[in-house]
Design a protein around this ligand. Structure first.
Ligand code: SAH
Length: 527
């Protein structure tokens, strides 16, 4: 059974290390625990080596009665003299003593760790990585500490180099929002809250907000930025990026009616659902030859990494709940300013530019200013996600039509919902955040409660998640699993063409993690 990972507060604790004084492990443990604020007592026949003045030494023979007496008396008064935890670093010759010390500690509820012996430990230490307040730990459940350390290094190397600063910046912003707006932090005080506070059924209105809703908006923006933005960029986040004043931000002067001698160029480019493997060669070329890239917040880091950093400016849309209009205008204004400076502007859009991406509006805007965009199609998530979830959207005698629609209409209203057509696969974008209120409306319109449905989130990314269930259970499944945006809902009997196992009796849904595109190695191709 895998152990429960926790983060222990050892500041001010008295920790006992028992050893012969010659083991490197004792010295290492003492150093680690001191770095975490504990007072160290070392019990053994000779002092710990190398000696550290900060360690209190109690000379004793390695004898169960003597050591247990120290366990019960060398600690803080506040806990009746017992030490707060024990580390036993004795060689294997002392196996009987180790056994007894373990039994004594368990009986007296003193946490104990015996080195190289998971059976004689009530807790074990993880292989950890730390930078500032950010930490993570790896355990293999005793299967190999070298392996754990290697995995830790691999994971650490995948993190941005400034991960400690990122935590500081986000933490400081959350604190400031809590003080200024008097609200609880949007992404929770506990790390655990990430799982429990998916506010699936709360819509954010863009217009006619009350002062309280306005306050909440900054907190929500912060949660969204933390969820969507490339990690490395979070360290530069400032309060100005979040202030409500931003919605009324002054816009650049309107551009002159037409620019007859236009030299700048604009391309609306579809970036596909996320994976670099699903970019078109046309999109790659546009990204790599741009002077400025204006990207959707949904475009993931792997794709943004293809932008030449030295040469090309990157601007990511600040489109958060309640701010879509202002953010869209900001993006258009930026594009126009670039065009007027004769720059090559690339408007990089998630999926396909013309599927729920305001691509048509953007085309008309730039065209009306005298700059006719080139449009490069992209693979839409609406069609790629079903493929990645093993769903043939059409299948002989099961589904002969596909409908792509949205669960969010103008100004956040529920749009007109489609009729139930048994031979149709329907894909709903922008729906999962309101799934709880959405499903009853489909059922009311006569949709089959037993209809197979699939939620596909972050399709094509390494953290892709697929939840297979039925229409009547999907809201409960989402509430139980939390959300991992962006995601979409696929409905129809085609969901069960390839995956055709019944759902487990005790569970109304099945969750699959990961994406098989990971196995495609593009490194040589991308050089
Ligand atoms: N133009 C985009 C869609 C933009 S609307 C396209 O063609 O894919 C944004 C919605 O797209 C999200 O709410 C979500 O429903 C969906 N979406 C985008 N990328 C996705 C992905 N990788 N996995 C699942 N859904 C995605």
């Amino acid at each position: 059974m895998p152990g429960l990972l926790t983060c222990q507060n050892t500041a001010g604790e008295t920790v006992l290390i028992v050893g012969t004084g010659t083991s490197q492990v004792s010295a290492m443990r003492a150093q680690t625990l001191r770095a975490h604020g504990a007072d160290i007592v070392f019990a053994g026949p000779q002092p710990i080596s190398p000696t550290d003045g900060a360690v209190r030494f109690i000379e004793t023979a390695i004898d169960t009665d003597k050591v247990t007496a120290i366990i019960a008396s060398a600690g803080r008064e506040a806990v009746g003299g017992f030490v707060d935890r024990v580390f036993v670093t004795l060689p294997s010759a002392y196996s009987e003593t180790k056994q007894r010390l373990y039994q004594y500690c368990v009986r007296n509820r003193v946490p104990i760790n015996t080195s190289d012996s998971a059976q004689l430990s009530t807790f074990t230490l993880l292989s950890t990585f730390a930078q500032g307040d950010f930490q993570f730990g790896v355990t293999t459940g005793g299967k190999g500490c070298k392996l754990a350390s290697r995995i830790k290094r691999e994971l650490a190397s995948a993190l941005p180099a400034n991960i400690g600063d990122i935590c500081d910046t986000v933490g400081a912003l959350r604190q400031r929002l809590q003080q200024e707006d008097g609200l609880e932090g949007g992404d929770g005080d506990n790390d655990d809250d990430a799982v429990t506070t998916s506010k699936l059924n709360e819509l954010v209105h863009e217009f006619g907000m009350t002062p309280d809703q306005k306050k909440l908006q900054r907190t929500r923006w912060l949660s969204q930025i933390v969820e969507y933005y490339p990690l490395a960029r979070l360290a530069q986040l400032s309060i100005d990026d979040l202030t409500v004043a931003y919605t009324q931000s002054t816009r650049p002067e309107p551009a002159p009616e037409a620019a007859p001698m236009a030299k700048g160029s604009i391309a609306l480019v579809g970036a596909g659902p996320g994976s670099v493997a699903l970019l078109t060669i046309g999109a790659m070329h546009a990204i790599q030859s741009a002077d400025i890239v204006l990207a959707d917040k949904l475009v993931p880091q792997q794709v943004l990494d293809l932008i030449p950093q030295q040469r090309t400016e990157l601007f990511i849309a600040r489109k958060f709940p309640g701010n879509a209009e202002a953010a869209q205008q900001e993006l258009l204004d930026r594009g126009l300013a670039g065009l007027e400076q004769n720059l090559k502007v690339v408007r990089l859009k998630q999926g396909d530019p013309y599927i729920f991406g305001r691509g048509g509006e953007e085309y008309n805007f730039f065209a009306s200013k005298g700059y006719t965009p080139t449009v490069i199609p992209g693979l839409t998530s609406a069609l790629a996600a079903p493929v990645l979830a093993n769903i043939p959207a059409t299948h002989r005698e099961v589904a002969d039509q596909v409908l792509i629609c949205t669960g969010t209409g103008r100004r956040g209203a529920v749009p007109q919902l489609p009729e139930f057509v048994p031979s149709r696969t329907t894909v709903f974008l922008m729906t999962l955040h309101r799934i709880v209120e959405f499903i009853p409306q489909l059922l009311e319109k006569g949709w089959d409660p037993q209809l197979p449905v699939v939620v596909a989130e972050r399709a094509s990314s390494p953290d892709q998640r697929v939840i297979r269930t039925t229409l009547s259970q999907v809201a409960a499944a989402m509430e139980a699993c939390g959300s991992r945006p962006p995601g979409l809902l696929i409905t129809g009997y085609a969901c069960n063409v390839i995956y055709n196992k019944p759902l487990p009796d005790d569970q109304q849904w099945v969750v699959e993690e990961g994406c098989n595109l990971d196995s495609i190695d593009l490194s040589s191709f991308l050089q």
